[in-house]
Design a protein. Sequence first.
Length: 853
Amino acid sequence: MSGVKTEAEKRKQISVRAIADVEDVTSMKKSFNRHLHYTLVKDRNIATTRDYFFALAHTVKDNLVSRWIRTQQHYYEKDPKRVYYLSLEYYMGRALTNTMINLGIQGACDEALYQMGLDIENLESMEEDAGLGNGGLGRLAACFLDSMATLGLAAYGYGIRYEYGIFAQRILNGEQTEEPDDWLRFGNPWEKARPEYTIPVNFYGRVVDTPDGKKWIDTQVVLALPYDSPIPGYQNNYVNTLRLWSAKSPVDFNLKFFNDGDYIQAVIDRNIAENISRVLYPNDNFFEGKELRLKQEYFMCAATLQDIVRRYKVSKFGSREAVRVSMDNLPDKVAIQLNDTHPSLAIPELMRILLDQEHLSWEKAWDITVRTCAYTNHTVLPEALERWSCSMLENILPRHLEIIYHINFLFMEEIQKRWPGDMDRMRRMSCIEEGHEKKVNMAHLSIVGSHAVNGVAWLHSEILKSDLFKDFYEMWPEKFQNKTNGITPRRWLLMCNPSLSDLISEKIGEEWPSHLDQLAQLKKLATDKKFQTEVMKVKQENKMRLASMLEKDYGIEINPASMFDIHVKRIHEYKRQLLNVLHIITLYNRIKKNPKGNFVPRTIMIGGKAAPGYHTAKKIIKLINMVGRVVNNDPVVGDRLKVIFLENYRVTLAEKIIPAADLSEQISTAGTEASGTGNMKFMLNGALTIGTMDGANVEMAEEMGEDNIFIFGMRVEEVEALKAKGYNALDYYNSNPELKLCVDQIKDGFFSNGNPSEFSDLTDILLKWDRFYLFADYEDYIKCQDRVSEVFMNKKKWAEMAIHNIASSGKFSSDRTIAEYAREIWGAEPTWEKLPSPHAKGPQSTAQNNGML
Ligand SMILES: *Cc1c(COP(=O)(O)O)cnc(C)c1O
């Protein structure tokens, strides 16, 4: 394929971006060969591509460590407010290329490998994704780490080192199957185990009253072993830390068995404790109240809080105090951000530490806790909200349940004072939900225990205030904020789309990766014919590269002139992949009805994982594949319509697909997608969006102007009105013949070899109890898609709109998001300054410790 660059072209492209220093290249080669020999114990005769990857990764890591140590020393010396980001998910993807770019050594590495006769892209492809996340929430945490380091914040990510990340998806006969993601099989070159900082975490046991206060005794201990990974800022010499905990049995675990003489069984049973960090729960936007998941959440919170308190006490500020370190100033030196309610046990855990270990009064402890913690809500879907059963909590965390009850008791008193006799309000707001089974509403607990609560896009934050958390907003309006999500422009443009990056740098200079607002300078070039041609040439090359990759993987011939219409995200009813399928079938029927007609050719790609237990989502995947089989094999259709289900969508695949997209599908029911971040990645890479007025789409439309985006469908108010009036899918089905035909075909077995029961679950939902109103938006969606096709034929207009998209995406840098969190929630000031390079001569740190605290 002509879109694939030759080796010489690739090298030229990189050399524009980073001119390699001869000395750097020489030392890089030396280091690489040293690692191949001493670390991997291989020579060039027997080394595999994977060995070369590891040798390169270790070489790159060597370039990190001085900066890493010096950054931590710098934090110790300056002792700024520490920011702790707590998340059960970090969807990091690969680290190698990102690290080389952020360190500014990509040119030197590329040249060194070229001189040694190795293909760097081959090596890069050997790296396993760190897939410790499900989708948007986990990827957000990863983008935030990159931005916090780039802004010079003294920030730490804390989470779990899952032995198995998000499963690998395989499609067999059109159906999803899951394979375990054994990502650590060949080792992780980036992490550093720190067994010397192992921390005990308690479970079960009972609570007793002592003269010294409450005590939690007779517990079972699991050890939390920290693994640190470096998080380099963008060319600023900062390197922050992501600390992930791994569960480890204490030596005396199951000692009872040992005493019974069954030594072998006792050793085998050590696995039980270590299961806590075994596997990531594969649910996106869904709460499954499993005991092991509760243990994961507490394990992470307990280990992290002990670490936070320890670091506070040994900090310059903490250790200035004599003998007993006062906890009073914790909120001035520490900010804790909760990524959804998953880490919300941090609130009762901090209370437990302050009450039972530091012996503070309830009032003092509560004041410190609330001023330290802040909570980010990520969804309004009821099935996603965490509600842990009280009986499970009582068994596993008895002391925490007591504390939660007392928090709630005092909270109810406060409501009673302000709204005397308003029992219904107390019931609505309580952290404890009565009913068949008593449950703790973790969102309510998080609001009560935090000084700031934020949604992740303007619309979502408004819905929190007016609907889901209305009562709380009435009580504490000052707690509620918005922080519109963002993405890191380093990974999602500079790294994944080097040709577009070079083109942009040619026009506006090289500062944009850390000052994304500067992309606005491209607006004046939107109608520039030459620039339009250049942008569309890059897009075409990206499309060709993707096409040749897909042709290899799927054996389908792809028309590179067709519109690449892409819908990638987790498979979920609210994201409405089924609405896209209805459009596909509509296009198919139109071609069949008018075989000689002129149709704008489309290659429609849908990708995403379904939670293994989510039956409807798995059926949706099967339907997409079955529709694809009919469409792709119909000779009448030819190259005018192709449907591809992209297997195993993940960060690494997103990096390949997004730069090649013409059209981005963001079609959730208005009011259901909290923000979306996939939408932003496409916009930044010059795809046009077809979308509803939902999540951050609203702000994207505002930034680029409604002329540059294809908006359709009900607004939130219209969805609400329809819900109030009563939605009847049959009204739409019976009055729209194109819609009726599509649904009847699915129902009658047209896509399932004549088996009418195959997709009856889906058609029953659509016709009888669809919570996401697909038919109500169908007609407008189809009309809007027709407009998309029309504009796609006007290449000049399309290019102009694409440039407007790129030029308007500055707001969606996660640097902007993080700067807002820092100033408006954390009380920490982004520095944007550089640390001196480790090679620069200057005064060495006087820190007594090595700073890797
Ligand atoms: C960005 C991203 C997401 C989030 O996509 P949405 O469209 O916002 O749901 C999910 N998965 C991966 C791999 C991503 O990179």
